[in-house]
Design a protein around this ligand. Structure first.
Ligand code: NDP
Length: 301
């Protein structure tokens, strides 16, 4: 009997280093799709828990790397990746590093892996573990680095989450990942300030949450206007809410925080930067010019 393309035996076998919350979710998704998976974890019990679900457990990272050409790494941070792979022979391996790191760490790790004889793809996971392996969850992974590796394994990589390849620069996956995470930080800073404002009032958080969600979704579309202004360099184009008006409005936000007994510590850095834009005589522009005020001159910290 011969295997056809969709039979489990024909699915690419792979190794996963790391059986933490995310690594385990990845392993389960590949096992469920019929991929033979070898797993290694520093603390063996976490990998052994996956053996009952069909994973082969390796006793060392080196043994796990030797088991399969395709090696997925999902460890705490880049330093853990370095220590896990220290004794492994990477010759001829395809390393896909889904560990969250900085762009520079991605580039350095890629150069190191290539010097060890491997192809390298960096990844940034835009999901939490329960979203992995669930096609409708919206989970996806940014990939960058070896396009040959990505093309060869794209079907396998698409099993746990969607795939978005952002270029051959191995730092770009991390850059996209961290940029989106940074935007999320700012969003939650605003969300928590808003909840604090209504915290001691007769306003139930569960009644307030849908209002917050609707407002944030309505405002989110303005990122496209900002992108248009950044690409054209024309910050007077399609001005929606000029900076001088918004800076004045910030005073209302701060006085309301004061009235409600709420610290404005999550908001003030944003407002200080807006004041700088207005003080530079740019009050008639949109606030998008604040992007370039954030850029540090080369060589400064
Ligand atoms: P966990 O804390 O659940 O697991 C961490 C993993 O790293 C474990 O396998 C742990 O092994 C291993 N580890 C830590 N230090 C070392 C070391 N020095 N040497 C070898 N292995 C080490 O984290 P997650 O699984 O949730 O996260 C893994 C990666 O996925 C991180 O980079 C994270 O940023 C990323 N990620 C996670 C998301 C999430 O919501 N969980 C979302 C998006 C990305 P041990 O069991 O022995 O401690």
């Amino acid at each position: 009997m011969t295997d056809n393309a969709s039979s489990p035996r024909s699915r690419t076998p792979l190794t996963v280093l790391g059986a933490g919350a995310m690594g385990s979710a990845l392993v389960r998704a590949w096992l469920a799709a019929g991929h033979p998976v070898t797993v290694w974890n520093r603390t063996p019990a976490r990998a052994e828990a996956l053996a009952a679900e069909g994973a082969a457990v390796a006793r060392s990272a080196a043994e796990a790397v030797a088991a399969n050409r395709l090696v997925i790494v999902c460890l705490l941070d880049d330093a853990s990746v370095g220590s896990a792979l220290e004794t492994a022979d990477l010759t001829g391996r395809d390393i896909v590093d889904l560990t969250t790191g900085t762009p520079a760490e991605g580039r350095t790790r890629a150069a190191w892996a290539e010097a060890c004889g491997a192809r390298f793809l960096d990844g940034g996971i835009m999901a939490v573990p329960p979203m992995i392996g669930s096609p409708d969850s919206g989970a996806y992974v940014f990939y960058s680095g070896s396009s040959a590796l990505f093309e060869e394994h794209r079907d396998t990589l698409a099993v746990p989450a969607g795939t978005t390849y952002v270029g051959t620069d191995p730092g770009f996956a991390a850059l996209h990942d961290v940029a989106l995470l940074s935007a999320m930080s700012g969003m939650f800073a605003g969300v928590f300030h808003a909840f604090a404002l209504v915290r001691h009032e007769d306003i139930a958080p569960k009644d307030f949450a849908p209002l917050l969600e609707g407002w944030l979704k309505a405002m989110a579309g303005l990122v496209h206007n900002a992108a248009d202004q950044l690409e054209s360099g024309d910050f007077h184009r399609n001005v929606v809410s000029n900076a001088a008006m918004q800076a004045t409005g910030n005073g209302t936000l701060l006085r309301t925080a004061e009235e409600q007994g709420v610290s404005a510590e999550l908001l003030t850095p944003y407002m200080v930067l807006m004041d700088r834009l207005v003080a530079a005589g740019r009050g008639d522009e949109d606030t998008t010019g604040m992007v370039d005020l954030l850029l540090k001159a080369p060589g400064t910290n």
